[in-house]
Design a protein around this ligand. Structure first.
Ligand SMILES: Cc1cc2nc3c(=O)[nH]c(=O)nc-3n(C[C@H](O)[C@H](O)[C@H](O)COP(=O)(O)OP(=O)(O)OC[C@H]3O[C@@H](n4cnc5c(N)ncnc54)[C@H](O)[C@@H]3O)c2cc1C
Length: 414
């Protein structure tokens, strides 16, 4: 019988899986969660549906990690997306794979994933305490032997797994406590920055078209400093009071490093299915049909209502001009704009609104096979608290599960 006593700090995706696995391996586990309920963030993932993993191979998985992908190689090979899927199905949550290999519970309810993880903890005898950990208790040799919470001290632990998440969506409990705890034993925290987040812009078209969701458009993001395309995609986006957001823009944000005001330009192709020549022909025929109308009415069939007025302003052509007076050069300008409305990015929205935190505890100070601290031999890390993050598609939860599995296995068997 494994007599090891393990404290897991943070009852999110990573903490619950780590606690359950360590207990399954015979350790006596106490899970500390500051909220009254476990998995508050997990419960809102995937717009309440929880994109629990991505149904891909470990090799494909690594390609979707924004930074430090190699660090995950060992952990993801030992607890792969296929293992995550088998894990939840065994716990009684049937799963389905959607577009882009995104995996969701058949029920479309994130809460089913939360309840399954809680059940896994309870089935294996994890002791759950809803207390916020504020400090470690250290033995004379520098190892950890307990934790201090806002209520009391808990001593007698052989190992600690830190899984307190990042700093995004702090209302769910992830407020950066884990960074402070890790720093107290000498760890380096790479500055947390937002990832998978909306982009701000001063360009008038954004505020003027606020609330407009564009479907079936394509975006190309150029790093003007390096004169290089850093992101290209086709899908959905949204104009907001602050700039732009929506699925494609969130994904694009993970590629904008370093963020500098006006360094990146997002070019929106409103008609990706038509090349410039074909679009020009279509416009010529539209203009012909409406030649006696004002330019202000030229786009009734071509553009969504909210976009027309700001788009006309961008063309620089007077809205009162008769369509038959628009020159070929002006028409080419219109076509060029339709194939690429430029939006200059001034920055990220605040980290509190980001889907994930990029940055965190430096992977240089963590053993990749075990998630064990290289500075404090009985401290382990799991989940978003580590300097690891990925694109959208279920990859971030898979990072949490794979690192939690590695940490739990090593901590329980040390
Ligand atoms: C709106 C939204 C949607 C998302 N959707 C998806 C998705 O569909 N798919 C996907 O892969 N990823 C998604 N993510 C990202 C994913 O939720 C996170 O990457 C993942 O939850 C990280 O798990 P974690 O356990 O490391 O951290 P968290 O889930 O943040 O859990 C950390 C836990 O630690 C607790 N805690 C913090 N400090 C203390 C302390 N001092 N003492 C005790 N407890 C403490 C917190 O209360 C919290 O419960 C989404 C994120 C957001 C914000």
């Amino acid at each position: 019988m494994n007599e090891r006593k393990i404290a897991v700090i943070g009852g999110g995706a990573a903490g619950m899986l780590a606690a359950g696995y360590a207990a399954k391996r015979g350790a006596k586990v106490t899970l500390f969660e500051r909220n009254a309920l476990l998995g508050k963030k997990l419960g809102i993932t995937g717009k309440g549906r929880c994109n629990v993993t991505n149904n891909c191979t470990p090799e494909e998985f690594i390609k979707n990690i924004t930074a430090n992908g190699k660090f995950l190689y060992s952990a993801i090979n030992r607890f792969s997306p296929a293992d995550t899927m088998a894990f939840f199905e065994e716990l009684g949550v049937p799963l389905k794979t959607e577009r882009g290999n995104r995996v969701f519970p058949v029920s479309d309810r994130a809460v089913d994933i939360v309840l399954a993880l809680k059940k896994f903890c309870l089935q294996n005898g994890v002791h759950i305490l809803t207390e916020r950990v504020t400090d470690f208790i250290r033995a004379e040799d520098g190892t950890l032997c307990g934790v201090v919470t806002e209520k009391r001290s808990h001593a007698g632990f052989d190992a600690v797994i830190l899984s307190t998440g990042g700093v995004s969506y702090p209302v769910t409990g992830s407020t950066g406590d884990g960074y402070r705890l890790a720093q107290s034993v000498g760890h380096t925290v790479k500055e947390p920055i937002p990832s998978l987040v909306g982009l701000t812009s001063d360009d008038g078209i954004c505020a003027a078209s606020m609330g407009l969701a564009l479907k079936n458009v394509s975006v190309t993001v150029t790093d003007t400093a390096k004169k290089k395309v850093v992101y290209k995609d086709f899908g959905e986006m949204l104009f907001c009071h602050f700039g732009i957001s929506g699925p494609m823009i969130l994904s694009a944000s993970a590629h904008l490093r370093p963020m500098q005001k006006d360094r990146y330009v997002v070019s929106i192709d409103l008609k990706p299915a038509l090349d410039a020549q074909t679009l020009d022909k279509r416009m010529l025929s539209d203009f012909e049909k409406n030649k006696n109308r004002n330019f202000a009415n030229a786009f009734d069939a071509l553009l969504p209502a909210k976009l027309r007025e700001p788009f006309i302003r961008l063309t620089g052509i007077s809205p009162d001009k008769k369509i038959n007076a628009v020159t070929a050069e002006e028409r080419r300008r219109v076509v060029a704009l339709m194939k690429g409305i430029p939006v200059s990015v001034t920055g990220f929205r605040p980290i509190t609104e980001a889907i994930v935190t990029s940055g965190g505890i430096s992977v240089k100070e963590i053993e990749p096979h075990t998630m064990r601290s290289k500075l404090c031999p009985n401290l382990y890390f799991a989940g978003e608290v580590i300097d690891l993050d990925a694109y959208t598609g279920g990859f971030n939860l898979q990072i949490a599960f794979a690192t939690a599995h590695a940490a739990a296995t090593a901590a329980a068997e040390a």
